[in-house]
Design a protein around this ligand. Structure first.
Ligand code: CP
Length: 315
């Protein structure tokens, strides 16, 4: 078992999160280096992905590492009955770190327990998505100049949305006030509300979604209703278009307000919003590269000092 796996950010201290943000900033300044030359990063994606996979792979490639992985889990020996443990044991023979996305909650924790090399959780079911949270923290800090005392509105699928579950835990150090906006079927689950109560995280629940409700937001974090998580597709049909952010709903928005979305979006944000000062989701996705460069280096034991003194920068 490797001790350096990234399964969740829930246990990370405030200092550690700020340290990783500083590291990501170094990579935003100089993303092209050879600091990982000679290393191999494996990407095992058992669920679809565009951003997470490509930004992890770009992060590794831009730092000089080589990347291995499969295009589709259907073409792996998992289809012949190989269990996850055996797959992890095999890939750990080839790679220095394994980035894994899996449809089962807890799969990353399990992989981390059996793997001799670090596991990086790229999303496990509806549970956690720590690298997304790292890029979200980086983006919030970049757009607001601070992480402290912000009004963060989480909108849409708060039941299955692993990105919002991860964000709650990571933000606990920064005295946020969360606003949960979701239909009953997709409300924030009780265990997460209990977590907020136990950790002194303020939250307010709303059913309405209009210009008045969101007027106090610093961050408006939209999420997709995830069809793939529903066992009852009739229920999905009932709620899928529950909350669409329309341009005219921004008329009372704070000047500093930014709209984030982990993407992909389906029917949550009108396309006309893309050109407004509030849209920040494409920059957010870009930040995934820098945040994941920082996380890969940290997982491999490379320090901020080493990165600041790095002589392998390619200009
Ligand atoms: N945000 C996110 O996880 O996107 P992908 O599913 O495309 O990786």
């Amino acid at each position: 078992m490797s001790t350096n796996s990234l399964i969740t950010l829930a246990g990370y201290s405030k200092e550690k999160l700020l340290y990783l943000i500083e590291m990501a900033r170094e990579f935003e300044l100089h993303p092209n280096r050879k600091i990982l030359e000679g290393r191999v990063v494996a990407t095992l994606f058992f669920e679809p992905s565009t951003r997470t996979r490509l930004s992890f792979e770009t992060a590794a490639n831009r730092l000089g590492a080589r990347v291995i992985g499969f295009a589709d889990p259907k073409i792996t020996s998992g289809t012949k009955g190989e269990i996850l443990k055996d797959t992890i044991m095999m890939v750990s023979n080839y790679a220095d770190v394994i980035v894994m996305r899996h449809y089962l909650e807890g799969a990353a924790l399990y992989a981390g327990e059996v793997s001799p090399v670090p596991i990086m959780n790229a999303g496990d079911g509806a549970n956690q998505h720590p690298s997304q949270t790292m890029l979200d923290l980086y983006t919030i800090h970049q757009s607001q100049g601070t992480l402290e005392n912000l009004n963060i509105y989480l909108v849409g699928d708060l039941k299955y949305g692993r990105t919002v579950h991860s964000l709650l835990a990571a933000m606990r150090h920064f005295d946020p006030c969360f606003h949960f906006i979701a239909p009953d079927e997709l409300a924030m689950p009780e265990p997460y509300k209990k977590y907020c109560d136990e950790n002194g995280i303020r939250y307010i629940e709303h059913k309405d979604f209009n210009e008045e409700t969101i007027a106090g937001a610093d961050i408006l974090y939209m999420t997709r209703v995830q069809k793939e998580r529903f066992s009852d597709l009739m229920e999905y049909e009932r709620v899928k278009d529950a909350y669409l952010l329309k341009k005219d709903m921004l008329c009372k928005a704070r000047p500093n307000m930014k709209i984030l979305h982990p993407l992909p979006r389906v029917n949550e944000i009108e396309y006309s919003i893309d050109d407004t000062q509030y849209a920040y989701y494409f920059q957010q996705a870009r930040n995934g590269l820098y945040a994941r460069q920082a996380l890969i280096c940290d997982t491999l034991g490379i320090t901020l000092d080493e990165i600041k003194n790095d002589k392998t920068i390619i200009r």
